[in-house]
Design a protein around this ligand. Structure first.
Ligand code: NAI
Length: 794
């Protein structure tokens, strides 16, 4: 036999990892765990317990405690008690704790990797080489943020007590993504690990004890969804961070609507893996192995939708099948296997059901003839082809080792298919032409795009979704901001109860002020003035009851038309930042020329002095956002890999705006301007107090080259219009600054397509104070960060 023949004929032997040290650690804990609250283990004999099993063998590993409402309450109280002491420490002291945690994690890395593997079923190669090193890196990186917190985030303070709920697919890694930034920013935490994989979180709790972390700074409560729900609903939690299914994310959005908890959601995905004809196909195949078979495909950003350019589809499919024939499914503790066990019976059933449904709907299913273990929860690598792009398997997250493949002809079709789901978490783009790859990366709606690579992660690069993949970022500067709030905002007082509105439907014979006769304004939709669908108007009065004019009473249909116009105007987002800046300067100039007129109008409402002040401040605000338009740019990260990651501040899309009642001109512009400066289009509901202001504004917009549809105005009853706007699936984000009640309702209504919501939480904002009402805080909410990873080197 020649050397080549011998080499080809050789098979891998098994290379089992020795789990003894980990098993000894479990034994030392009596294979039974309580919660970790206030720095102590809470074991109660009467508490309900549940077992956690090794999915590759079905054997029970340990027993853990089902967290009750009382347990969650005790943990939140411990976190609250610990908060002032934790915050009183110096930045350096907090930073040192994070360094110490990182070092301890490193010292016990093998034990943690084995524990993760037996609890979750993922191959030891992955837990050892990917999960745990990334966990360690996360704590080191965030120790740095803790040290320079005041310099890096001046004027910001921690949220307070953070409630964190994590899934089972990367248990310790998700814990680190949550706990490291929270502690670095000065918060204390209560974390609930997933019911299938609680063990590494408990091992982490022990590390917190070992490094002497002050009691109560980190609390771990185990349990199922009901424990998570208790944490979400606890009134003394300031921030909720969740990673898991879109369905639960939606439930959490609703559950936190009525309150001031800051929320970040990292949800599901159906990420496209796009291969162009000029790609290095062999590299793309290796990328796909990582993209969909990492962690048995139980990865939120798995490249689960393969999009192949038609000209290379046959060749690529054959290469993929060949590669799949070599994938080894087996014991997760065996270092030479590629695919381990599925986390739990329910997840295996979900995968089986979805694949069966795909086949019933006409998909072709191909699985390599691979040896499957006799026991345990395993599913073979699977390729589905020949299905409709709208079929279940093309749209739904399967969360298993199943890739679904389709073809495209042109770049445009590739982008359309890539964006043809409700998700937007990640994407991989394969092309040897950097121009093609970056052009396509820019057009894909996803928080992360990997060029000629896949599943690259680093603590310095934000990770998180667009659309129904959630909002908020983990990692990087953006990730820190999820655990911080502007100090003035945290301290801001509640808005006083709304004074009686000035806009009323005329009931009694009005006294008409002199200037009111010609003050009939219209709605402004798609660049055109239009009458309201209702055919009704509302009278707008001054504080003495005198009629100032008539404003259109918009309804659902008007909102729908305005949303359609805003969507059609998406070219605004593609205009250069220079163009957007120029249009804003033009608006400022045109508004300046009408200063006297605007002052006169506002005078009837707020008096001469206030009117002058408001108009002057409004003009300055426009100049400011004209300045910001080409300056709020992104960053280039240098992760410790042979890659750069370009963090781009992208527009969100079509945004609904509900304006404040106070300061009808300045309030409206303070919200609309950052949005359009960042490239969004807007549907705005003006203040109910003085909606007539839109008449002046649209005349100015019309003469300032602002493309039709970029800003649309629908006046009327705020709460009614806000509901239609917040529920509309073509609205990507909603800003609500009218009152506390509307702010809570909008959060609830936005849950359908998981819009990003930005509100004043019913607090007072000083719209004259640029520190509060202008700049980065608003621009940050007007954009979403996309990280495009571009590897370099041969
Ligand atoms: P899940 O979303 O139910 O669980 C994630 C975490 O949320 C767990 O800790 C769970 O206990 C907790 N939880 C459940 N209900 C809750 C509630 N009402 N309030 C607060 N916390 C709650 O995910 P599950 O059922 O384990 O998996 C279902 C599907 O979700 C998977 O098949 C997969 O498609 C997707 N998934 C996506 C993940 C991602 O990283 N994007 C992670 C896990 C699952």
């Amino acid at each position: 036999m020649s050397i080549v023949e011998t080499f080809v004929a050789m098979d891998y032997g098994s290379a089992p990892e020795d789990p003894r040290e980990t098993l000894a650690w479990l034994d030392a804990h009596g294979r039974s765990f309580g919660h970790f609250i206030g720095g102590k283990w809470h074991k109660s004999s009467s508490a309900q317990k549940f077992e956690t099993k090794d999915p590759s063998t079905g054997k029970v590993i340990a027993t853990v405690t089902q967290g009750s409402v009382e347990d969650v309450d005790a943990a939140v109280r411990a976190a609250r008690t610990a908060l002032p002491k934790w915050q009183a420490l110096t930045n350096n002291a907090r930073s040192r704790f994070l360094y110490a945690i990182a070092r301890h994690l490193q010292k016990h890395s093998r034990r943690l990797a084995v524990l993760e593997t037996i609890d979750n079923g993922k191959p030891i190669r992955e837990s050892r080489d990917l999960d745990i090193p990334l966990v360690v890196r996360h704590f080191y990186y965030h120790a740095g943020w803790a040290q320079i917190l005041d310099q890096a985030f001046p004027g910001y303070v921690p949220c307070g007590v953070a409630g964190q709920i994590i899934p089972w697919n990367f248990p310790l890694l998700m814990l680190s993504w949550k706990i490291a930034p929270a502690l670095a920013a000065g918060n204390t935490v209560v974390l609930k690990p997933a019911e299938f994989t609680p063990l590494t979180a408990l091992a982490f709790a022990e590390i917190c004890q070992d490094v002497g972390l002050p009691p109560g700074v980190v609390n771990i409560v185990t349990g199922d969804g009901s424990t998570g729900e208790a944490l979400v609903k606890h009134p003394d939690v300031d921030k909720i961070a969740f990673t898991g299914s879109t369905e639960v994310g939606r439930a959490i959005r609703k559950a936190t609507a009525d309150g001031h908890k800051k929320l970040s959601l990292e949800l599901g995905g159906k990420s496209p893996f796009v291969v162009f004809e000029d790609a290095d196909l062999d590299s793309a195949v290796e990328g796909l192995v990582d993209g969909i078979w990492l962690n048995q495909g139980q990865v939120c950003c798995a490249g689960s939708r393969l999009l192949m350019q038609e000209s290379v589809a046959a060749e690529l499919t054959e290469k993929i099948r060949e590669r799949m024939r070599n994938l080894r499914v087996g014991s997760p503790l065996d270092k030479s296997i590629d695919i381990g066990a599925i986390v739990a019976p329910v997840q295996l059933e979900r995968i089986q059901k979805l694949v069966k449904q795909g086949i019933e709907e006409g998909a072709e299913c191909w699985q390599p003839p691979c040896e499957m273990p006799a026991t345990g929860l395993f599913f073979p690598p699977t390729l589905l082809t020949n299905f409709h792009p709208s079929s279940t398997v093309a749209q739904q997250e399967i969360f298993g080792p199943v890739v679904v493949a389709m073809t495209f002809r042109t770049h445009r079709e590739a982008v359309e298919l890539a964006n043809n789901t409700t998700y937007g978490l990640a994407a991989s783009v394969w092309s040897e032409s950097i121009n093609v790859a970056l052009e396509v990366a820019a057009q894909i709606k996803a928080g992360v795009v990997w060029v000629n690579s896949t599943n690259l992660f680093d603590a310095s690069c934000g990770f998180g979704g667009y659309r129904e993949s959630g909002f908020g970022r983990e990692g990087g500067r953006e990730g820190m901001l999820e655990y911080l709030e502007p100090q003035w905002f945290k301290k801001a007082k509640a808005l006083p109860e709304k004074k009686s509105g000035h806009a009323t439907e005329a009931a009694e014979p009005p006294t008409v002020s002199e200037s009111a006769i010609d003050r009939t304004v219209k709605l402004y939709i798609g660049g055109k003035q239009s009458r309201p669908d209702s055919g009704y108007s509302i009278s707008v009065r001054d504080t003495h009851g005198k009629i100032l004019g008539e404003a259109p009473l918009g309804n659902r249909k008007d909102i729908r038309n305005a949303v359609e116009a805003a969507r059609k105007a998406s070219a605004w987002g593609k205009a250069t930042t220079h163009t957007r800046a120029q249009v804003l300067y033009y608006i400022a100039e045109n508004l300046s020329q009408r200063t006297d007129e605007l002052e006169r109008r506002l005078e009837a409402l707020v008096g001469r002095r206030q009117a002058k002040r408001e108009v002057a401040a409004a003009i300055e605000r426009i100049f400011s956002y004209a300045a910001w338009a080409d300056k709020y740019d992104g960053a280039v990260h240098s992760p410790p890999l042979r890659s750069i990651s370009i963090a781009m501040n992208e527009s969100i899309g079509a945004v609904g705006v509900i304006c404040p009642n106070e300061l009808p001109l300045l309030g409206l512009l303070s919200l609309v301007l950052p949005l359009i400066a960042a490239g969004n289009t807007v549907v705005a509901i003006p203040s109910e107090t003085y909606p007539l202001i839109i008449g002046d504004l649209y005349q100015i917009f019309e003469t300032s080259d602002l493309p039709g549809g970029t800003v649309n105005f629908v006046s009327g009853r705020t709460s009614e219009l806000a509901k239609t706007l917040a529920e509309h699936d073509d609205i990507d984000a909603i800003w609500c600054f009218s009152n506390a009640r509307d702010a809570a309702s909008v959060k609830l209504w936005s849950a359908g397509n998981l819009k990003q919501v930005f509100t004043h939480e019913g607090r007072q904002i000083d719209w004259y104070d640029a520190n509060q009402s202008e700049g980065r805080w608003f621009l940050q909410h007007a954009t979403q960060v996309k990280n495009v990873w571009v590897p370099y080197g041969e």
